[in-house]
Design a protein around this ligand. Structure first.
Ligand SMILES: NC(=O)c1ccc[n+]([C@@H]2O[C@H](COP(=O)([O-])OP(=O)(O)OC[C@H]3O[C@@H](n4cnc5c(N)ncnc54)[C@H](OP(=O)(O)O)[C@@H]3O)[C@@H](O)[C@H]2O)c1
Length: 252
């Protein structure tokens, strides 16, 4: 079976690089029109130039309501529909024990990683999917499934995203499916501190599948969840992590 998105339109937040760019590339190659968005217009423009026909951009900050409105309206105006929303953009401004976090960084992490995906989904539902159907793919993290000594605040937002996925899947069925991916360590700038140099080799060696993840690993799963091939799947979280969670207790 070929997994295709011909005739479909997708929005990918944080689509200018890393996992989001990988997802945008897979979607374009599968025949979709893809609207990528991130804060930096130049980065979006470079990504669109690289992806070629089928890729479009409208820059914006996912946490700003006016930007979300502009991106969604631009997508409808220019591409006519929104069949797929990938809530991928996220931030991690704090590393340390959760108990010591300051309020501004707690709020910022929740605003970008949880509140924004909630209200992007609401907006896309109200403007298109409620009437026409669609698929939402949330990008969480294996951190949302287990504890971590320094990434607890970020991980709490990612755990909440997993429950938000289930809740919205129940509420928006049967026309709209909502699923989630929980990546393990992927070689992007976001996680560079965790994989650069020998650290990455050690993590790779500890994983059952013996290598770190690449954006393409997540993109393949996102394509399946966005496409009709997964039309009987909703509310699920799929960990794509090289086997990290089935390892004998070692931590990445
Ligand atoms: N890499 C990993 O190991 C890993 C593991 C588990 C989960 N994840 C998740 O995967 C997703 C993508 O991460 P990544 O590793 O691909 O990160 P990345 O390479 O740093 O890319 C992040 C993307 O999000 C955009 N972005 C960041 N903040 C934004 C905001 N406030 N508004 C709009 N766009 C914003 C960035 O562009 P601008 O700077 O132009 O805004 C960029 O396009 C995130 O949800 C992350 O939590 C990553």
């Amino acid at each position: 079976m070929q997994i295709r998105l011909d005739g479909k339109v997708a929005i990918v937040t944080g689509g200018s690089k890393g996992i989001g760019l990988g997802i945008a590339r897979a979607f374009v190659e599968a025949g979709a029109q893809v609207m990528i968005t991130s804060r930096k217009a130049e980065a979006c423009a470079a990504a669109v130039a690289e992806l070629g026909e089928g890729a479009h951009f409208e820059a914006g900050h996912v946490g700003r309501e006016e930007d979300a409105e502009r991106v969604v309206e631009a997508t409808l105006e220019r591409l006519g529909r929104i069949d797929v929303l990938v809530n991928n953009a996220a931030t991690n401004p704090y590393a340390g024990p959760t108990i010591d976090v300051d309020r501004p960084r707690w709020d910022k992490t929740f605003e970008t990683n949880l509140t924004a995906p909630m209200f992007w989904t609401q907006r896309v539902w109200r403007r298109f999917m409620k009437e026409h159907g669609g698929a939402v793919v949330n990008i969480s993290s294996v951190g949302g499934l287990r504890t971590n000594p320094i990434l607890g605040v970020y991980d709490v937002t990612k755990a909440a995203m997993i429950h938000l996925t289930k809740q919205l899947a129940a509420e928006l069925a049967p026309r709209v499916r909502v699923n989630c991916l929980a990546p393990g360590l992927i070689r992007t700038d976001f996680a560079r501190a965790l994989w650069e140099g020998d650290k990455g080799n050690r993590v790779a060696a500890s994983l059952p599948l013996r290598r770190l993840g690449e954006p393409e690993d997540i993109a393949a799963a996102a394509l399946f969840l966005a496409a009709d091939a997964s039309s009987w799947v909703t509310g699920q979280t799929w960990a794509i992590e090289g086997g990290a969670l089935v390892d004998f207790g070692r931590v990445t």
